[in-house]
Ligand binder design. Structure first.
Ligand code: F3S
Length: 775
């Protein structure tokens, strides 16, 4: 194709973001020639800092899984829990404003207890110090600030910032939600966000692409949530690691943008880097309904720019090129899908609704349902809520009320106000539903239950949320949490039973009749555009103001300025001790618990007291127990603190998928603060592995998994080849010389690592931030 097709003209009708995208995409095409690209690759590679450097010297086929991509995201979105540390880190770089647009969303710190209004005022009172800090930092650096009650980050981003073709970073693992509107959005830790905020390119190992071809159309009782619940069962929590999941095929056209967002949101549950759907007519409809007609027109313009008739690869289309290859391919016929219920305790334990009753009985899970919770960032769309409304109305007409507590969390003020305007919320509250504030609440352990279920009491809840690790919702490890679509959760709440099948079973009405739920029916979006909502929840959006003083009290227990970590010594590490050998799942919740600890997110010394406090000790099976070299028993964070004070560096030994779950950088910061130098395990979750390197902790995996059995708590460890590898920009092998604590026997354990040149620089400098601040 001629160069005319490869660069946008001066005076181009494209908006600047698309003009940049188009020009970069043209470079990608020039460098890669005729190679067919998937949609995810097109968007991702069109955000490369230097296309030639990244792709020029590599055979096209070898890009995925191998090339290190240095990317320039279009924007960064942060939630309040992670924004605190991100802003503290950004502040230490002494810049007057962020290099790219950004937003802060106050959603994680509001406790769900009595209902929206009471909970919100209580939350603002308890957390005002943090909100004031975030608001002042937002004003100073020109960041959009969404106050508490305005909504949950992912819903707000979908409604306001997601534009097809953009690339965004979000300091939350469910940021890929925006993939439902054809953006590449990746969940990262605060340190990654800071890189993008200071204008440094953000590095990512080029993901492989998992194609999911959708055919058919969902049946009545089946929701987009069931697609991802089913996929999670197929792929497990590790199945998407290192992949972008790209949906395509005729079935895609049958899904709403918000349904697609639910599917992308929960791509985090299979460990995927992100997920993406193409730009469809539903995307256009959603942009228009959310008052972004111009964005919709722009996206359509880009699809057809600069005109018809040239070779397809000269154009940026929001779809994969014909003949593009996927590294793995799964085909799902939506018409054959049935509702699924996933859990307890892991999102990949997936059971079709038709088999759920027998599974409950077989596994002796509780048959009584204590609570049904719908909404959250995952499932509070207009479509979700009106589908639920349709079945609640019918149940109400039959005289039925939910037999279990029933909670509704709207994802944003916009959706809440629209549902209020259209009468949906009234239907819920009249049925006895409790409306919670537009915030995360019970999804992140911020739930003060009012039903008398105490910690330690075995019970079952159903939620339409995305994650169900033990203790996630109410801090009770004995609450079995099952994930399902909002309509299934609601029907179960009416039944008050985990064995009820709303598709086949009936409920007894007060007048003795049999009631069967009709199939849910909803509207994709409102008939008139979404309501904007109350004035108090509008974002604060202003130019940077250097005169603003960022609010941190020196005596604060919640916020503390950061001290830089020490650089790596100019030698290999020696004299390390294994603090604890962990068995089983070790998620970011295990390493840095949420719930009540969220309040210390901006205070590293204080939050570190929760480090690994639900980890299981391999030797004894005890939770949160570690033994000092003299045999004395401690909690894990107590022993870590003791060793920190004694100048004893340490490492953790663990099993598979260490750091699974979220982008929570505290799970890397806290061990680093307490003296961890290495984590060695069978495998890592991607985001966490990167977070460790950014904080100067070395992540290693066993070259032979069986070597996990050879190393124990208390053993002394020295590294062989680590310093050399770091000096060589990540090239070279690393082994651990282990001296057994009891016998003094020495063994050498080979390991593997994925340290890139830049990451080697972070580790040598002590942290990525040290390096950024130096630059
Ligand atoms: Fe909040 Fe839960 Fe979503 S914590 S961002 S509602 S996953």
């Amino acid at each position: 194709a001629s160069t005319r097709h490869y660069s946008a003209n001066a005076g181009s009708p494209l908006p600047p973001t698309y003009e940049r995208l188009y020009n970069k995409y043209s470079e990608v095409r020039r460098v890669l020639g005729a190679q067919r690209l998937t949609l995810a690759e097109k968007i991702l590679y069109s955000h490369l800092d230097n296309v030639e450097e990244a792709l020029g010297s590599i055979n096209g086929r070898d890009i995925r899984g191998k090339a290190n991509l240095k990317l320039n995201p279009d924007r960064v979105n942060m939630q309040d829990a992670s924004a605190q540390m991100a802003m503290l880190q950004f502040m230490s770089c002494n810049l007057p404003q962020t290099a790219i647009p950004a937003s802060i969303h106050c959603d994680h710190l509001i406790v769900g207890e009595r209902g929206a209004d009471d909970d919100l005022s209580a939350g603002i009172k308890t957390n005002h110090e943090v909100f004031d800090f975030l608001e002042s930092a937002a004003k100073k650096y020109g960041i959009d600030f969404w106050p508490p009650g305005a909504g949950i980050i992912h819903q707000t981003v979908l409604e306001n910032y997601a534009i097809p073709g953009l690339m965004m970073l979000g300091t939350d693992s469910h940021s890929p939600n925006a993939g439902g509107l054809c953006t590449i959005t990746i969940g990262v830790g605060g340190a990654d966000a800071v890189e993008a905020l200071v204008g440094a390119p953000w590095e990512l190992k080029a993901p492989k692409i998992l194609g999911v071809k959708l055919t058919g159309k969902l049946n009545d009782w089946v929701a987009p949530k069931d697609l991802i619940l089913h996929l999670a069962g197929l792929l497990t929590v590790r199945g998407g690691t290192g992949f972008i999941v790209e949906y395509f095929g005729p079935g895609v056209e049958t899904l709403s943008a918000t349904g697609a967002a639910t599917v992308c949101n929960m791509g985090a549950e299979i460990g995927a880097t992100t997920s993406i759907f193409p730009f469809t007519e539903a995307s256009s409809r959603y942009l228009k309904a959310t008052r972004r007609e111009q964005a919709s027109r722009d996206a359509e313009l880009l699809q057809n720019f600069p005109g018809s008739g040239a070779a397809q690869d000269a154009y940026f289309r929001f779809e994969a090129d014909k003949g593009a290859e996927y590294d793995e391919l799964i085909e799902i016929n939506l018409s054959e899908l049935e509702p699924h219920i996933n859990g307890p305790f892991t999102p990949d334990l997936s059971t079709p609704l038709s088999k759920f009753k027998e599974t409950v009985l077989e596994q002796q899970w509780p048959e009584k349902l204590s609570a049904g919770l719908i909404g959250s960032c995952t499932n509070s769309s207009y479509e979700d809520m009106t589908r639920v409304e349709s079945i609640v109305r019918e149940a109400e007409k039959a005289g039925l009320k939910p037999a279990a507590d029933f909670y509704i969390t709207p994802g944003s003020e916009q959706i809440r106000a629209t549902l209020e305007r259209d009468g949906t919320l009234e239907t819920f509250t009249e049925a006895g539903g409790i409306l919670l504030s537009n915030a995360c609440g019970p999804c992140i352990g911020q739930w003060k239950r009012q039903d008398g279920v105490e910690k330690g009491t075995l019970n079952a809840i159903f939620t339409s949320y995305n994650r169900n690790f033990r203790g996630r919702n109410d801090g009770n490890p004995d609450t079995m949490n099952f994930l399902a679509s909002p309509e299934i959760v609601t029907a179960m709440a009416f039944a008050g039973s985990t064995t009820f099948n709303p598709m086949t079973d009936t409920l007894k009405t007060p007048d003795g009749k049999e009631f069967r739920f009709p199939a849910p029916k909803g509207l994709e979006g409102p008939q008139t555009p979404y309501e904007e909502g109350r004035e108090t929840f509008k974002p604060l959006s202003q130019a940077p103001d250097a005169s603003v003083k960022v609010a941190i009290s020196p005596s604060s227990e919640r916020l503390a300025l950061l001290e830089p970590f020490d650089p790596f010594p100019e030698s290999d590490l020696s004299g390390l001790r294994v603090l604890v050998k962990v068995t089983g799942k070790c998620t970011t919740d295990t390493i840095s618990a949420a719930g009540p600890w969220l309040k210390y997110k901006g205070h590293l010394p204080n939050i570190s007291a929760n480090t690994l406090n639900t980890a299981v000790n391999k030797a004894t099976g005890e939770v949160n127990v570690a033994y000092d070299l003299d045999g004395s028993k401690h909690t894990i964070p107590e022993l870590a603190k003791k060793w920190k004070e004694a100048g004893q560096p340490w490492l953790v030994v663990a099993e598979h998928n260490y750091g699974e779950g979220s982008a929570r950088e505290h799970a890397a910061l806290q061990p680093r603060y307490l003296g961890a130098r290495i984590i060695v395990c069978k495998s890592f979750a991607r985001i966490h592995e990167t977070n460790l390197k950014k904080q100067g902790v070395v992540p290693l995996t066993f070259a032979n998994e069986a070597d996990y059995d050879k190393i124990d708590a208390g053993d002394e460890v020295a590294t062989i080849g680590l310093y050399e590898m770091l000096k060589n920009g990540g090239k070279g092998e690393v082994s651990l010389k282990v001296t057994k604590k009891d016998s003094g026997e020495e063994i050498v354990i080979p390991t593997k690592h994925a340290v890139s040149e830049d990451q080697a620089g972070f580790i040598l400098a002590g942290s990525a931030l040290n390096l950024l601040a130096k630059r």
